[in-house]
Write a protein that binds this ligand. Structure first.
Ligand code: HEC
Length: 179
């Protein structure tokens, strides 16, 4: 009987342990998902303010956009570079851009899961996707060629592998990766 008592006790204790561990695991993921959503929303808002609030005004003052803005006193960074520069300032998580046909390797999907996510976003049903990628929470916010200049500049870029971008195309996403 004693053995039974000990066994049942162990069973109960391990069940309580399991009950504690499982929801905690889920809670952690839910918190990371929430964080990813908020970060994407903030990054998108920052880029919009940069484009509409800063670039538009600066253009009136004679400034232009130039990928090599560092070398040119009369130009400023592209919106894509602005997002990547924000990311460089952040040590706690990764913030960047990812493309279906990226100009630079650093903007390529980092895993099979990320490729799947881009393919899913390309269908156009979702604007934001969050997924677990082997313990890293990945969030993507879809990026479309909303104006002709998105397509034009990418089509003409010396590094492009795709020259038939057109207005309305799905091009990639702002990406956040939370460990
Ligand atoms: C004047 C040129 C130019 C314009 C206009 C432009 N881009 Fe880009 N875009 C770039 C360059 C250059 C990069 C790579 C920046 C880097 O990684 O340093 C880039 C990167 C990207 C990326 C990351 C994947 C990749 O291709 O490397 C996406 C997605 C993207 N742009 C979407 C857009 C969208 C959407 C618009 C319009 C709202 C747009 N771009 C307008 C030049 C441009």
């Amino acid at each position: 009987m004693r053995r039974w008592a000990a066994f049942s006790m162990m069973f109960v204790v391990s069940m309580i342990g399991l009950a504690l561990v499982v929801p905690m695991g889920q809670a952690a993921d839910a918190a990371k998902e929430m964080a990813a959503k908020y970060i994407l929303a903030t990054a998108k808002a920052a880029r919009t303010v940069y484009v509409k609030g800063i670039v538009e005004d600066a253009k009136k003052g004679g400034m232009g956009l130039n990928e090599d803005w560092v070398k040119d006193d009369h130009s400023m960074m592209l919106p894509a570079q602005f997002v990547k520069e924000l990311g460089k300032e952040i040590k706690e998580f990764e913030l960047s851009l990812v493309g279906t046909d990226p100009l630079y390797a650093s903007n390529a999907a980092k895993s099979a899961k990320e490729k799947d996510m881009l393919a899913e976003l390309a269908k156009g049903k979702e604007k934001v996707l969050i997924a677990d990628d082997g313990g890293t929470t990945v969030g993507m916010s879809a990026d479309y060629a909303i104006v002709d200049s998105c397509a034009d500049c990418h089509n003409k870029h010396p590094k492009t592998t795709k020259k038939d971008w057109k207005k309305g195309d799905f091009m990639g996403a702002i990406v956040v990766r939370l460990k």
